[in-house]
Design a protein around this ligand. Structure first.
Ligand code: COA
Ligand code: AMP
Length: 637
């Protein structure tokens, strides 16, 4: 009997939604089976597998050991920046996680408590995440490239009982000390953790706060292994903060049951990887890709996951990815297009690829930002394996649109992440909420209910959840992406409809950056727009209008603004360009024309909107940008 193809699987996932996911849920070990596959009694707050009881960590580690995978590598830590490669079998990882869970328990962490993990890409970060899952505690990983203030905001919202951190991260050749940032964040935060457990790395020694800070190794040596604590399917597994339309991040909640079911199912259906395969997501555990596909997905599926502490280039060269693939026999690689643009820039003819045996690699998956056809074609030609773009968000936890290789490999169309993934009823609507015909760009929405693993709500903020995602188009989840569907059902994701930009696959809020610029004493008003960049996809550019009477040198003010964004948001914002302008272009009703400014900066064609207050301002903006670019070029030469 032939397996059903994409169309049949997709239709079943929409028409017999509960049956479809109940079948997928059979692949998970439950302590108690769920009573209701989809609980819609509090719609639009839906709950998957209500009444079910499980432990996610058990499904990722203990179960595989029990089923005979104890000696298989669960995690390979490959760190070119420290010259270390370390392998953990499933048994070793289970034991380490159980012991660290015991250490957390000793500090009073139990089910429902929050634990912030602020760590670089070291195995201890994964161990900390899974130890939380083991206890039913809720982890919230904060990306290392964020500044102390961003960390403080997350501490205030999550109110963690404990924070797990490390003395430093390593960015290429630079040591980034994490501990001073953590201390500063705790000083800034209203909510204080009872303890911090700090991993001392040999590259930097953190100074410890007496009575509050505990050493990772000492905690482990005093601990007893802890067992898995069964939790409700609907209990939160983690909170992951992501950029919203203001400087305040949104705490995306992920539940235990729906998450385990859909993420495990996606490993086979979307990525076509099986237990025993080696899966490498070259991302960071601070992002959703890292959560779903460095940590949870591969381990739920019994794969070997690679945890890579390095960059695509410079650690030590553009052959880094091919070296890792050859050394660990990677079967599937997942990264962001920007990583490939960085490699392509340094090794346009793919010379470094030829040095390594890449025969294990079956597929390359790309996501996190729009995949430009040039990068897609370059990767396809050089690698000689299918290159699969897929589209998703922190909120969904897995792909909304993908070429589901484990179901049926559909022809790849450059510029499209292929078709809606099973479970997602994707529609394209106009501003009035009416469906648009094929080929017409509109808001991309998903008809409720969302499939399992998608956010059930925002942390402690049900109303914010409704406001951000459900109120604009009643009955639908608004993705905040705009795009269209072609006549064959292929989706094209073109732009965000809010102020989010994508810098090197990192999601950032221009609104958050504007808040920082506006708080400078000399700034009257400002706008930040994402401008096209050949390497990072987009880069933020700030336009500032100074207060009357400010006569300090503009260069000096701009330097301060750049520094302020770095200090308040973090280096990851990559905010390095700003110009002083006389005024901002606005509509007659006072709305800043950011879209038009972006078009001017990108050099794409634009028509001044009919509602513009004074079209002459647009020439001033173009001139200021030219000036900024010519001085930047002069500065570099
Ligand atoms: N801790 C501290 N600082 C960090 C950090 C971390 N975990 N991650 C990044 N930073 C810093 C960088 O050092 C850099 O600082 P700088 O301004 O002093 O140079 C800044 O944040 C910007 O980082 P990034 O955007 O990553 O730029 P980069 O020039 O260091 O590297 C790429 C560019 C393309 C090589 C890199 O972005 C990359 O590998 N991207 C892969 C895609 C990816 O991981 N996407 C995530 C979602 S899938
Ligand atoms: P994040 O929440 O950080 O994963 O960012 C999600 C956003 O990144 C999406 O809303 C899109 O704007 C963008 N994005 C992610 N993947 C893709 C893709 N494959 N194509 C186009 N845009 C993408």
């Amino acid at each position: 009997m032939t397996e059903p193809g994409y169309d049949a699987v997709y239709r079943k996932s929409i028409d017999q939604r509960e049956e479809f996911w109940a079948q997928a849920a059979e692949d998970i070990h439950w302590n108690r089976k769920w009573e209701k596959t989809l609980d819609d009694t509090a719609a639009p707050f839906y709950r998957w597998f209500a009444g079910g009881v499980l432990n996610t960590c058990h499904n990722m580690l203990d179960l595989h050991v029990e089923q005979g995978r104890g000696d298989q590598a669960a995690l390979i830590y490959d760190s070119p920046v420290t010259d270390v490669v370390r392998r953990y079998t499933y048994r070793e990882l289970r034991d380490q996680v159980a012991l660290f869970a015991g250490a957390l328990k000793q500090q009073g962490v139990s089910k429902g408590d929050r634990v912030i993990v602020y760590m670089p890409m070291v195995p201890e970060a994964v161990i900390a995440m899974l130890a939380c899952a083991r206890l039913g505690a809720i982890h919230s990983v904060v990306f290392g490239g964020f500044a102390a203030k961003e960390l403080a905001t997350r501490i205030n919202d999550a109110q963690p009982k404990l924070i797990v951190s490390a003395s430093c991260g390593i960015e290429g050749k630079r040591i980034i000390e994490y501990k001073p940032l953590l201390d500063q964040a705790i000083a800034l935060a209203r909510s204080k953790p009872q303890h911090c457990i700090v991993l001392q790395r040999r590259q930097a020694r953190a100074s410890m706060v007496e009575g509050r800070d505990l050493d990772w190794n000492e905690c482990l040596s005093a601990a007893q292994p802890a067992d898995c604590v069964p939790v409700a399917a609907t209990d939160p597994l983690y909170i992951l903060y992501t950029s919203g339309t203001t400087g305040v991040p949104k705490g995306v909640v992920r539940d235990n049951g729906g998450h385990a079911v859909a993420i495990k199912w996606s490993m086979g259906a979307v990525y076509d990887v099986q237990p025993g395969d080696v899966y490498w997501a070259a991302s960071d555990i601070g992002w959703v890709v890292g959560h779903s596909y460095i940590v949870y997905g591969p381990l739920l599926q019994g794969c070997t996951t690679v945890l890579y502490e390095g960059k695509p280039v410079g650690t030590p060269d553009p052959g880094a990815f091919w070296r890792v693939i050859a050394d660990h026999k990677v079967n599937a690689l997942f990264t962001a297009p920007t990583a490939f643009r960085a490699i392509k820039r340094e090794d346009p003819t793919g010379e470094y690829m030829k040095k390594y045996d890449r025969s294990s690699l079956r597929t390359l998956f790309l996501a996190g930002e729009r995949c430009d056809p040039d990068t897609l074609h370059w990767a396809q030609e050089r690698l000689g394996v299918p290159v699969i773009d897929h589209w998703w968000q922190t909120e969904t936890g897995w792909s909304i649109a993908a070429n589901c290789l484990g179901i049926e490999a559909l022809p790849v169309r450059a510029g499209s992440p292929t078709k809606a993934a099973p479970g997602y009823d994707v529609r394209i609507l106009d501003e009035a909420g009416q469906p648009l015909p094929d080929g017409k760009i509109g808001s991309i929405v998903v008809k409720l209910p969302l499939p399992p693993a998608c956010l059930p709500t925002l942390w402690n903020n049900d109303d914010g959840f409704l406001d951000s995602y459900l109120r604009e188009f009643p009955g639908y989840y608004a993705t905040a992406d705009a795009g269209y569907r072609d006549e064959d059902g292929y989706l094209y994701i073109m732009a965000r409809t809010d102020d989010i930009i994508n810098v090197a696959g990192h999601r950032l809020s221009t609104g958050g950056m504007e808040e920082v610029l506006a708080s400078h004493a000399d700034v009257a008003e400002c706008a930040v727009v994402g401008v096209a960049d050949q390497l990072k996809g987009e880069l933020p550019v700030g336009f500032v209008v100074l207060k009357a009477g400010v006569d300090r040198p503009h260069d000096e003010i701009i330097r301060e603004l750049i520094q302020a964004v770095r200090q308040k948001i973090g280096p990851v914002a990559a905010f390095k360009q700003a110009v002083v302008v006389e005024r901002l272009p606005k509509t007659r009703s006072g709305k800043t024309l950011r879209g038009t400014m972006k078009k001017i900066a990108d050099g794409t064609e634009y028509k001044p909107p009919a509602t513009i207050d004074d079209p002459a301002i647009l020439d001033e903006i173009a001139e200021a940008l030219n000036h900024m670019r010519s001085t930047a070029t002069a500065g570099r030469s």
